[in-house]
Ligand binder design. Sequence first.
Ligand code: KIV
Length: 272
Amino acid sequence: MSTAKKNYQRITTNSLIQMKKDGEKIAMLTAYDYTFAGIVDAAGIDVILVGDSASNVIAGHETTLPITLDQMIYHASSVVRAAKRALVVVDLPFGTYQADSKEALKSAIKIMKESGGHAVKLEGGIQEKQSIERILQAGIPVMGHLGLTPQSIYKFGTYTVRAKEEAEAEQLLSDAKMLEELGCFGVVLEKIPASLANKVAESISIPVIGIGAGNHVDGQVLVLHDMLGMSKEFSPRFLRRYADLHGEITQAVTGYTEDVKSGDFPNEKEQY
Ligand code: KIV
């Protein structure tokens, strides 16, 4: 397995499939706005996911269910304006594709037209077959999402690890194979046993991107705000924090507040 990085000008869905063939791991993060997306893109990320996790980390909702199509388009268009190299994948939010395949296609087209995103992601396997087919037929690249699918949280009742039992694991493997056969360019596997994720990655030719699915997959995704340590509360086992922005921002804001109150800011050099 090679760790050498090819110099891709603009990452496409084909580059991701090539990366899997070459054994090059795919790095994916979420972003929801222009400023963060610009930093993440320039730092060399391969895929930016405009996740419906914006519902949690940006809007403060308990679940991903409330975010609307127009809100996703607002976030995605801000990200697209900043992304020069990364592939931008946009989540289809809850309630915009589950009713029927015609509605799914309309939602996917609206995202592509109004945000300029490069692909869509949607949650679910066999039950979304027709919608996925229809979106793909319109020339829109689709990424699947299996395992813990947060839009179904009220069905699951808990955010614990999925597919530990054999029947669910078999269904997940069969769903992943179906996504490959339909023509999806990749699949996210969330919070499932590492051994199952490994089996899926070895069974299909499209990239498998894990979050809480172990290391034997083709790439990883994390929620940007989580890996930057913006919040202290969310601490699942799979999360590695690469910064303590909660601490840094708190320190900066405290310092600023003190300086304003004491009259230290602005000084003579900071005025006209
Ligand atoms: O919305 C999101 O951020 C996601 C990732 C957790 C994969 O779907």
